[in-house]
Design a protein around this ligand. Structure first.
Ligand code: SF4
Length: 396
């Protein structure tokens, strides 16, 4: 159904159940949660603790660590203790792959959420003859999954912890590939199979992801999942991400294209931007996406014109100066405009405006009201003075 007119311009998020992961809640109308993954080896306890602390300080709200062996699982007990000793209470998520039942059970004691990959959960001998799975074969593997998943589900349930069912397009289970092909539908069915097993055991602290490195595949998988869950009366929160997005400008564009498209449709409760760069680089991209969509406001919103022949000062340079002086003031909207040709409305209701008036003269605005005209060389200092007069300034 079409959104009511009064809701236009605000994203209406899909209703999901709240899932507690340590002291953070995913879904249930809570702000979209930013997460990332350290790239230190979990066995390097001090390195992992330092990596987690570093990421947490810059805004990573849930931390994932990889747990490829039992020794890694045990190392997490020590990592958690060291973090707690220094009052770093960020929720930890263990990533368990490849037949990791025993590992998952051990690590569930030390973390707040366990992520499993349905495609790699039980070993399925590849079928060489490339014929379809019979229903009996399909069900037999389903039973094996149920049997191996049960102890983990019961343990997480008892401890009040969560699980992410994290399907990856690149590692779909053999029989899902045979039955549904390499498709978003196969990804969704794979997730649903695991969800149903959890529900049979009355465990619903679930978060679902369906990542792919191809953006259209990833978008289709999440859209289909949301639709299927709505049909089935399921309300699990979704964790969004584009896998193997690469690095640099295109890595950011690719991640944003996938994640923001879905968020704009109201789909998604937590996000991770996966870059082939230090994880610290992922966090600002996450917050940038959320801020641009109006889902979270964690920094100053700058409104700046692109400049043109009418521009009355060096816009790029001034924007840079204004940003350096004010970037620490969260919650403000500041406009920097080369001229006022189309009126203050062009400043998108910014709290303050820095606008070219005549050559060498700047007009400073509070909202739509022109407050004073100052020489260009004093523009930034006068803008700061105006913000201070309004008691909206804090020292950096
Ligand atoms: Fe050009 Fe003025 Fe528009 Fe900026 S605000 S792009 S300077 S017309």
């Amino acid at each position: 159904a079409a959104a009511p007119l009064e809701n236009l311009g605000t994203i209406q998020r899909r209703k999901t159940r709240p899932v507690k992961v340590g002291n953070v809640t995913i879904g249930g109308g809570y702000p979209v949660v930013v997460q990332s993954m350290i790239n230190e080896d979990t066995l390097d306890i001090d390195g992992a603790v330092a990596g987690i602390r570093r990421l947490h300080e810059i805004g990573c709200e849930i931390m994932r660590v990889t747990v490829p062996s039992m020794a890694h699982a045990r190392a997490l007990a020590e990592i958690r203790t060291k973090l707690q000793r220094t009052y770093v209470n960020v929720p930890l998520v263990a990533d368990v792959h490849h037949n990791g039942m025993k590992i998952a059970l051990e690590v569930a004691k030390h973390v707040d959420k366990v992520r499993i990959n349905p495609g790699l959960y039980v070993f399925e001998k590849p079928k060489d003859d490339r014929t379809e799975y019979t229903q009996a074969e399909f069900d037999e593997i389903g039973d094996k999954i149920r049997e191996t998943l049960k102890p983990l589900v019961l343990s997480l349930k008892e401890q009040g912890k969560a699980m992410r069912i994290g399907v990856n397009h690149g590692s779909l289970a053999e029989r899902m590939l045979f039955t549904y092909g390499d498709t978003p539908q196969g990804m969704v069915e794979s997730a649903l199979e695991f969800i149903r097993i959890c529900e049979e055991l009355d465990f619903r602290n679930l978060v679902i992801s369906l990542k792919a490195s191809r953006v259209p595949v990833m978008i289709a998988a999440y859209q289909l999942m949301a639709r299927r869950m709505d049909q089935l009366g399921m309300d699990y929160p979704l964790h969004l991400g584009v896998t193997e997005a690469g690095d640099g400008e295109y890595g950011r564009i690719k991640s944003t294209a996938g994640i923001a498209t879905l968020l704009a449709q109201g789909i998604g409760d937590t996000i991770r931007v996966s870059l082939t760069e230090a994880p610290e680089k992922e966090i600002p991209v996450c917050y940038g996406i959320l801020q641009a969509l109006g889902l979270r406001k964690t920094m100053v919103e700058y409104v700046a014109c692109p400049s043109c022949g009418r521009t009355l000062f060096n816009l790029e340079e001034v924007l840079h100066k204004v940003r350096s002086a004010t970037a620490h003031l969260t919650g403000l909207d500041i406009a920097v405009m080369g001229c006022i040709v189309n009126g203050p409305g062009e400043m998108a209701d910014a709290d303050y405006g820095y606008v070219g008036k005549t050559p060498g003269v700047i007009s400073l605005y509070r909202g739509k009201e022109e407050i004073k005209r100052v020489p260009e060389e004093d523009g930034v200092a006068e803008l700061i003075a105006l913000i201070k007069d309004d008691d909206r300034w804090v020292e950096p």
